[in-house]
Design a protein around this ligand. Sequence first.
Ligand code: ATP
Length: 432
Amino acid sequence: MGAVCCCLSEPVDYNAEVTLYHFDLHRAVGKGAFGKVRVVEHKPTKKLYALKYIDKARCIRQKAVANVIQERRLLEEIDHPFICNMRYAFQDDENCFFVLDLMLGGDLRFHLERRGSIPEDVVRFWLAELACGLEYLHRQKIIHRDIKPDNILLDAMGHAHLTDFNVAIHYSERRLHTSVAGSMAYMAPQVVGRKGYSWAIDWWSLGVTAYELLFHRRPFDGRTSERMTQSIMKDPLKFPEDSRSKVSDACIKALKGLMDKDPETRLGCKPDGQGFEDIMRHPWFAAIDWENIQRKEAQPPFVPDMKAANFDVSHELDEFLMVEKPLTHTKRKANADLDKLKPELRELEEKFTVYDFASSKRLSYYPHNQPIVTVGSDDTERTLAPSQTATMAERSQAGSPLFEGSPHDYPIPEMPRRSYSPPTRRSHSPPS
Ligand SMILES: Nc1ncnc2c1ncn2[C@@H]1O[C@H](COP(=O)(O)OP(=O)(O)OP(=O)(O)O)[C@@H](O)[C@H]1O
């Protein structure tokens, strides 16, 4: 398939590797840490997607190259109805691009701010969908680490999806993580207390998120990071005085279960899928038809108003007012001589590889049998690539997905330890 693009003299080859020329650019719907998110139309298929672009220079300045590469790799392994899935990835000289499932219903922060608080039945529905997404992620051996209202997006029908895998990591049963990442108000005691943590922290953050959506305030707070840490680790979970008139006893019980400071007894955290069973059997979810939910066939109780913009329209204005350089299709300069590039730019060139869901099989990079994990001299985790831990035959015998081709034979980069600061946005400052 070929067509002439208005800004390119030669025809665009849609059968060639995906580039920005394969998309028509539409309005901006969100702002990320290193660029915008805008609606795009994939020209050959006419399908709409969300394009998240990351300004390479900004990303390098804020020492987030490893995170962007990690996000790209993790997203390649994920495909689930309640996750904002990646469909394409590519780069040009200035930006790295993620093309994601388009969610036009807005994020939960947007709806919370507009509505003040969210009714119990709506929060329960979202939590049921998100629990399915989270259970899937944990089965893929991935911890999200940044669950909060800002990172949950609704589609036009009102179904909830997890997004933003910027600080997500693989976990291993053999070793606990200690690096601090995420948004402080949603961090579990095991994260802020540096006691070592695993996937159970995501259930805690989901509990904090549900609490905030229901009561429009956070369960643990503090003006400084020290006070916030103390609050998360020591303060008993308290509910607003009028909570009993607002939500059911079963809801309070579920929130207490999710925000149990002990991950051993926390709701959702029993091993081998039993935690998810506990959630499905919990009295708060008694009215939920789980099969319907999992098939994404349940009718959401809140349907976003699609006649209104479900996002902050000011993102668009930045470009009109020339505060920000508008995104344009640009022809790549030949990057043949990688040695001449700055090391970080070279790393992006080499590791932010092209992805096209139509032509690539989704492969789990990480074997589902036990990986071998080495411990760094600092408290970062180093995980050996599967190619280094087992042969193809061994992995196949163990019932693990096979890793075909060299693109998957890479070690996961160390995650820089994030410095954290209240109130809730994670900082993109250099590793401490
Ligand atoms: N797939 C999508 N469909 C529609 N809107 C989206 C999509 N992905 C992101 N957005 C919008 O863009 C915003 C920023 O996206 P995202 O959080 O992924 O970027 P980020 O760079 O990781 O930002 P930050 O690090 O500040 O959280 C979201 O809050 C949301 O409003």
